[in-house]
Design a protein around this ligand. Structure first.
Ligand code: PGA
Length: 253
């Protein structure tokens, strides 16, 4: 059996001014340092404006930093956008792509997410590709079809387990305090792994990390992270409190 090291990723979304960002990321780095060895990888994805603050605060701890989005181009006339090369230049190793808030607020399609993921790989960033069904799709029994088609459409050319992480985030579970049952999460994650195998072969699928996201908190982390095909978490709200984020991370190890 392939061992996949859990990845615990914090998606700060549009939260964090310099002082808070520094305090929170420093607190996490200190916990990692104090623990000596940890059985998981930790990733913080802050807003663009505090990336360099966070990179400085976690330096030497092994905590990785990522962006929450990037443009497809390396540079050019794209006012307000940030390129993957710029993220890498700031010290990022990851970038979240296709988050449902980007899909909803900015009309990002699978094709856009795929193009961004390819640009991210070209800049040596790991792409965290997000998929997930809406509540009406869930109610219509379409969850697996929706997620499978998002995977098929969003997976970048050249993807492998070192370059891509998948995050399953049911849209209706994000920020709502609601989560699918563990059985449902187990089923969807297994289906996602099958879909990755179809696209990239069994070996890549066996090694690729599939995170669960959507209302993960300390009280449900152990059940969710204990599932076979759940290889970590993408955490929103609870990643803004060091204690909660750390408790979730510890539940994965
Ligand atoms: P949440 O967000 O943990 O606040 O539900 C998760 C996410 O959107 O990545």
């Amino acid at each position: 059996m392939t061992t996949r090291r859990p990845l615990i990723a914090g998606n700060w979304k549009m939260n964090g001014l310099k002082a808070d960002a520094q305090a929170l990321s420093r607190d996490l780095a200190q916990r990692v340092n104090k623990a000596g060895g940890i059985g998981f990888d930790m990733l913080i994805c802050p807003p663009f404006t505090v990336i360099s603050t966070v990179v400085g605060a976690v330096a030497g701890s092994g905590v990785a930093v990522g962006g929450q989005d990037c443009h497809v181009a390396e540079k050019g006339a794209h006012t307000g956008d940030i390129s993957p090369v710029m993220l890498a230049d700031q010290g990022c190793q990851f970038v979240i792509l296709g988050h449902s808030e980007r899909r909803a607020d900015h009309g990002e399609t699978d094709a856009v997410v795929k193009a961004k993921a390819e640009a991210a790989l070209a800049a040596d960033l790991v792409a965290v590709v997000c998929v997930g069904e809406t509540e009406s799709q869930k109610d219509a029994g379409q969850t697996i079809d929706v997620v499978a088609s998002q995977i098929a459409g969003s997976m970048p050319e050249g993807a492998d387990a070192a370059k891509v992480v998948v995050a399953y985030e049911p849209v209706w579970a994000i920020g709502t305090g609601r989560t699918p049952t563990v059985d449902d999460v187990a089923k969807v994650h297994a289906a996602i792994r099958d879909e990755i195998a179809k696209a990239l072969g069994n070996d890549v699928a066996a090694a690729m990390r599939i995170l669960y996201g959507g209302s993960v908190k300390p009280s449900n982390a152990k059940d969710l992270l204990g599932l076979d095909h759940v290889d970590g978490a993408l955490v929103g709200g609870a990643s803004l409190k060091a204690e909660d984020f750390w408790a979730i991370a510890e539940a994965s190890a």
